[in-house]
Ligand binder design. Structure first.
Ligand code: ADP
Ligand code: AMP
Length: 213
């Protein structure tokens, strides 16, 4: 299964990715997670990416594309993968097409999670993530059992520095101008499946399972 998860920031891509990974046993490749890991580890890539992420802008393609190509070349991607947060503009989509076609790999589906921008700020600003295992919660819509503590591994939860109103608003604008055109791009290729993401997490996952079955 080779899947792309598309959708605005806060649409629920990471949340659904966790469900998909459990069900389909494919690696979850989130460029945002890779950048955050690099920031945590203090690498050169992390230092460069942070500058853009803190503003809610896209990290330049030359830092992003090769990273994805090398991750997709790893052994665990041979039987499938799920890209979350990549591609995010036309250049990245064309880069990915070229990379996959050179390897004779065909994408199965592009799952586009649609959510009205009005809901996105509350979703992103209420997001909490586990510092250790990365599990995602929401203070109102998907709270952990004990406030501030991860249900999975009992570690502390934290808020992403880019999950504040100002940065989220910019990320939504960047999504509209840079990423949204990819909906048409993949529709023309006959790959898109549009999902209403403004419903319960389980209902959204029900739709995804139907699409992938
Ligand atoms: P993305 O990866 O698309 O940025 P996330 O999966 O991290 O989005 O979800 C953003 C926030 O919204 C998280 O706090 C998550 O718990 C919450 N969330 C995800 N899906 C839903 C949903 N269907 N209904 C309500 N809240 C949701
Ligand atoms: P995400 O975790 O998907 O919400 O991404 C967080 C931030 O990481 C984005 O706001 C961008 O700054 C950066 N980022 C993630 N993926 C990409 C990408 N494919 N291209 C450029 N920047 C990205």
């Amino acid at each position: 299964m080779k899947i792309i998860l598309l959708g605005p920031p806060g649409a629920g891509k990471g949340t659904q990715a966790a469900n998909i990974v459990k069900n389909y046993n494919i690696p979850h490749i989130s460029t945002g997670d890779i950048f955050r890991k690099n920031i945590k580890e203090g690498t050169e890539l992390g230092r460069k990416a942070k500058e853009y992420m803190d503003q809610g802008n896209l990290v330049p393609d030359e830092l992003t594309c090769d990273l994805v190509a090398s991750r997709l070349s790893e052994k665990d991607c041979e039987s499938g993968f799920m890209l979350d947060g990549f591609p995010r503009n036309l250049f990245q989509a064309e880069y990915l097409d070229k990379f996959l076609s050179e390897k004779g790999i065909e994408l199965d589906r592009v799952i586009n999670i649609e959510v009205d921008p009005k809901l996105l700020v509350e979703r992103a600003c209420g997001r909490r993530i586990c510092k250790t295992c990365g599990a995602t919660y929401h203070i109102k819509f998907n709270p952990s059992k004990v406030e501030g503590i991860c249900d999975v591994c009992n570690s502390e939860l934290s808020q992403r520095p880019d999950d504040n109103e100002e940065t989220v608003s910019n990320r939504i604008q960047v999504y509209i101008s840079e990423t949204k055109p990819l909906v048409e791009y993949y529709t023309e290729k006959g790959k898109i499946a549009n999902i209403d993401g403004a419903r319960d997490i389980d209902e959204v996952f029900g739709d995804i399972k139907n699409i992938l079955s």
